[in-house]
Design a protein around this ligand. Sequence first.
Ligand SMILES: [Zn+2]
Length: 246
Amino acid sequence: MSVTSPSVKRKKKVSPAIESGSKRSVDTAEVHERIWSAIMDHSLPPETRLVEGDLCEIFGLGRTRLRQVLQRLAHERVVTLMHNRGATVSRPSVREAREVFVARRIIEAHIVEIFIKSASRRDIKRLQEHLAREEEAWRNGERRAILKLSGEFHLLLAEAAGNTILLEMMRDLVSRSSLIIAVYRSPGASPCPPDAHRELTATLEKRERTAIRLMTQHLDHVFEDLELAERIDTGVDLKSVFGARQ
Ligand SMILES: [Zn+2]
């Protein structure tokens, strides 16, 4: 089984044809990626209306396929679909942010415990390789990649733990966390600091139980860095965000 967070499946780069606004048709994965990224980097703030007609025109996509994209985003909880009112970017509440991190603290302490007991050499190698990719993204200052890879680090641990129910829960929690971090972190602040994942990996390689404490401390730090006040952002132009053809 492989990790399938909203972020992991990205294989394709955004096509230059789309950036330059040609009429080439695009696939739904690409459109999903662009909308997801625009939400995560806050180009599309919470409660932005995702007007179907505009998005179809911007991406050269039919309504049915656009709706597939919006439904996938809704399933990942980054978009909210409302009957007769279309789609908007979700706004996680302060309460939800607290609850998500309380749940992660409990589940991930358990996941780390299982990892220490039962991870294979391959699991550890995958974690090390993932950490190397994360560090490269940090060196290159790739903010979108950093946000994705930092969530995937946690999913890799969940996957290695081998409990499919916990993995499903973690996919949901990591997806929600990405949006919570995007909404509530101060501008320019980082998601998971690379030192935290490096330190965790070092203890997990040696199967040291201190990794459990490191994980809960890490999650506490991420939560404490959130600025938990409701923010209001309005007036976003979809075409300017996605660089649509005129
Ligand atoms: Zn982390």
